[in-house]
Design a protein around this ligand. Sequence first.
Ligand code: ATR
Length: 281
Amino acid sequence: MILSGKAKLAGVMGWPVSHSRSPRLHGYWLDHYGIDGAYLPLAVAPARFEQALRALPVLGFRGANVTIPHKEEAFRLVDHRTTRAEQMGAVNTVVVQEEGLLLGDNTDGFGFIENLRAGLPDWQPEAAQAVILGAGGAARGICVSLLEVGVPRLVIVNRTLDRAQALAESLDPGRIGAAAWSALPDLLPEAGLLVNTTSLGMAGQPPLEIDLAPLPLSAAVTDIVYAPLMTALLRQAQFRGHAVVDGLGMLLHQARPGFQAWFGPDPAVTAELHAFVAEGL
Ligand code: ATR
């Protein structure tokens, strides 16, 4: 794409940012829709983040995605926040508004749910409880969004039980329980959905060791890890006959609201896009 002087600009701020697939993803859509625009990787060190964020309107950027380790800092620094960003305590999408004000949004929960709905067209959220592995920032967004779509009960399973309890307490203790890993064999038989939100199973991280035998075959399994695309968890689940949803789709769907705000169209997530962004995973 050859840019004009009026090109619409956005990007992703992270540290490091070189591993990010977002430029490839947004670049695909910009090409696909023939938009005069660019989406750049922006390597921003934590000490310079505020300066970089404030520079967005100065440079005429329409906004940016914000990724690790800047999501909480972005939450603190923006001028306004959407309700879903408030619920999550973190911002992953910044939109420059009139007079250079910055609106902070969080589209991770949206991406998670849209990905599940696309991968599991018959999914009935209210039909059964969900078991969530992990209690970090990713787990928070996923718990909020699962409660919102009507999952009756969640159980957060975490190595550090205190953290799971604190997360449950801060969200909705009436609908969220907390448990240690050792409780999994008792929890899985009741689950309709199992979600890994930990980094376990990611390339370079320790494996996620879990026996899925007690999980009913009607339950679906999803993983936010997408490198590798088919994690050991998803492979085991698929082998046993569960419906599985890979984590790359969450990345693709969470990008839609930002793209729409900066460039215009609500972009389509297609099998071709999935394969394009997955290349090399
Ligand atoms: P994020 O914000 O991306 O979710 P995080 O806050 O660092 O990242 O959370 C990572 C999650 O993976 C946590 O639930 C963590 O468990 P603890 O709260 O006990 O630290 C989990 N995790 C990471 N490495 C782990 C390991 N080796 N074994 C078990 N759980 C692990």
